[in-house]
Design a protein around this ligand. Structure first.
Ligand SMILES: Cc1cc2nc3c(=O)[nH]c(=O)nc-3n(C[C@H](O)[C@H](O)[C@H](O)COP(=O)(O)OP(=O)(O)OC[C@H]3O[C@@H](n4cnc5c(N)ncnc54)[C@H](O)[C@@H]3O)c2cc1C
Length: 483
């Protein structure tokens, strides 16, 4: 935990006696999305409310992104836009200022500060909750979720404790990284192949390191490795060999023709039309970033208009390029990468990794360079898997997801983009019906919303869910319910 961190446990005592009249909402997940959801519920409820927060970890709120201990892992959104709530986007910046930090709103600050802020903000909300609300934080994971005859649900946690609830928010984040195809069992057993690039365990010395991937996860990994092994040669490999786009030092001005662009896109449902419009506008705009940012508010709605064929086409032909222009890195990160490349410490290669085999005291990474059909080999002391975030629930080793899928309580997106939901985020069962009171928030919404992983989309999703879940106060007949 960094210097800004707070003692989370001090805020966990219930604010109100648990009441049978209270609306019971379970929030499952231990990352930023669940923290924001708990916050929105506490801000918006009027009637008695009882929240069971299944965090599955000791420090709820940080999750994968904001649990990093490395100061060189920066936010890729400016500090002024990262407040916990949509009506207080400056909340994070204020928090930093009250801690005496000299930070401008346009700065990209370390992600660990954001984790500190998230925990602090939720801790405060819990401590200051109305007297008719309580939050019980369970550090266990939720393993099963089933519906009851009375219209409510039962959650079983990893201590086999069962609790009933009226509504559920699933904020499970991304899946744990899985080993890529082609990596041999011996390579894995050697300890030289690291599946989870976030692992910070120090390892043996290394002269050559391969990082598979050149996106945001890979960049975090490269920067950490370049500090840990300053003399090692790092080779980053991805099919296209492109690094993410770079933010401007100062925010780009709003795109002046945004209204025309959005109107044109709304009229044009096909991916091909979209691409044509975006190309035309980026050619004429002073800065391409402003065009990409202008489209963001309608990306979810547009994705929902694409049929399966269009979505598949997008994934095959455009996904990589969209990720590059949409998920940009701060200029300071781009500069560090440029320095590493100029010094020869970092090389980027465009190639497909075909296999990873153990080879004496090293690993042999067999690659097919882009544009070639000849395999060639790179020998490395360590190989880090830094590919994008995994949302393919179809073969995930995740007890709750397995339970939901096996019992038909949930269905998988056919393109491996998470779980099926309605357009407003209600979980879809395998029979095609949506649960009235189970919602999904965060990265597993990719199939339904595409744009769903960053804080702004999580914030608006949490507001929508809080509105719908708390609305249940009106129709739940608390007197009749069997508890
Ligand atoms: C490296 C990185 C950097 C990012 N940087 C930014 C940024 O600068 N700005 C921005 O806007 N967005 C950023 N994002 C995107 C976004 O903020 C994150 O994806 C967001 O934190 C997602 O939060 P989450 O809670 O959905 O998921 P996660 O952070 O993955 O957390 C989910 C948590 O739920 C737990 N969990 C899973 N199943 C269960 C269960 N059954 N019971 C209990 N707990 C469970 C998991 O163990 C995990 O701790 C970044 C993402 C990453 C990965």
């Amino acid at each position: 935990m960094s210097a800004l961190a707070h003692d989370f446990s001090s805020a966990l005592s219930p604010q109100a006696a648990r009441s049978q009249q209270a609306l019971r909402i379970a929030v499952i997940g231990g990352g930023a999305a669940s923290a924001i959801q708990v916050g929105e519920l506490l801000r918006r409820h009027r009637g008695p409310l009882s929240i069971d927060w299944y965090a599955g970890c000791a420090e709820p709120g940080r999750g994968v992104a904001y649990g990093t201990a490395h100061a060189h892992h920066l936010l890729n959104v400016r500090a002024a836009a990262m407040g916990l709530f949509a009506d207080d986007t400056g909340g994070f910046l204020n928090y930093l200022h009250t801690r005496g930090m000299d930070v401008a709103g346009s700065d990209f600050v370390p992600r660990q500060y954001y984790g500190d802020y998230l925990q602090h903000a939720v801790q405060e909300l819990i401590a200051n909750a109305a007297s008719n609300a309580e939050v019980r934080v369970h550090h266990e994971s939720a393993l099963a979720l089933d519906n009851n005859a009375h219209g409510d649900y039962t959650i079983t946690d990893s201590l086999q404790i069962r609790r009933r609830t009226d509504a559920v928010v699933l904020a499970l984040g991304v899946l744990a990284p899985r080993v890529l195809p082609g990596v041999s069992a011996i390579a894995l057993d050697s300890g030289r192949y690291i599946v989870n690039a976030w692992e910070s365990r120090p390892r043996t010395s290394a002269e050559t390191i391969v990082v598979i991937g050149t996106g945001l996860t890979a960049i975090d990994t490269i920067l950490t490795l370049s500090r840990r092994y300053p003399k090692a040669r790092i080779i980053a490999i991805s099919r296209h060999g492109h690094l993410p786009g770079v933010h401007l030092e100062k925010p780009s001005t709003t795109y002046s023709a945004a209204a025309d662009l959005l109107a044109a896109l709304k009229e044009k449902p096909s991916l091909r039309d979209w691409l044509r419009e975006l190309r035309t506008h980026t050619r004429h705009a002073p800065d391409w970033r402003a065009v990409i940012d202008a489209v963001r508010p309608i990306t979810q709605a547009q994705w929902q208009r694409f049929d399966l064929v269009e979505r598949r086409r997008f994934l095959r032909h455009l996904r990589t390029y969209w990720e590059i222009v949409r998920h940009r890195v701060p200029p300071a990160i781009a500069e560090q990468l440029a320095v590493l490349q100029a010094s020869g410490q970092l090389t980027i290669r465009a190639a497909r990794v075909a296999a990873v085999e153990a080879d004496r005291d090293q690993l042999r990474v067999e690659i097919t360079p882009r544009g070639s059909n000849q395999r060639t080999a790179v020998h490395a002391d360590l190989v880090f898997q830094g590919v994008g975030l995994d949302t393919d629930v179809r073969s995930a080793a995740h007890p709750l997801l397995e339970h939901l899928l096996q019992h038909g309580h949930a269905s998988a997106d056919p393109l491996g983009l998470g779980l099926h939901t309605s357009d407003d985020g209600r979980l879809r069962r395998s029979d095609g019906n949506d649960w009235p009171n189970i919602w999904l928030l965060g990265p597993l919404l990719r199939g339904s919303a595409w744009e769903c992983t960053a804080i702004p989309e999580i914030r608006s999703g949490a507001i929508r869910i809080a509105g719908a879940a708390l609305h249940a106060e009106q129709w739940l007949n608390k007197q009749d319910r069997v508890v």
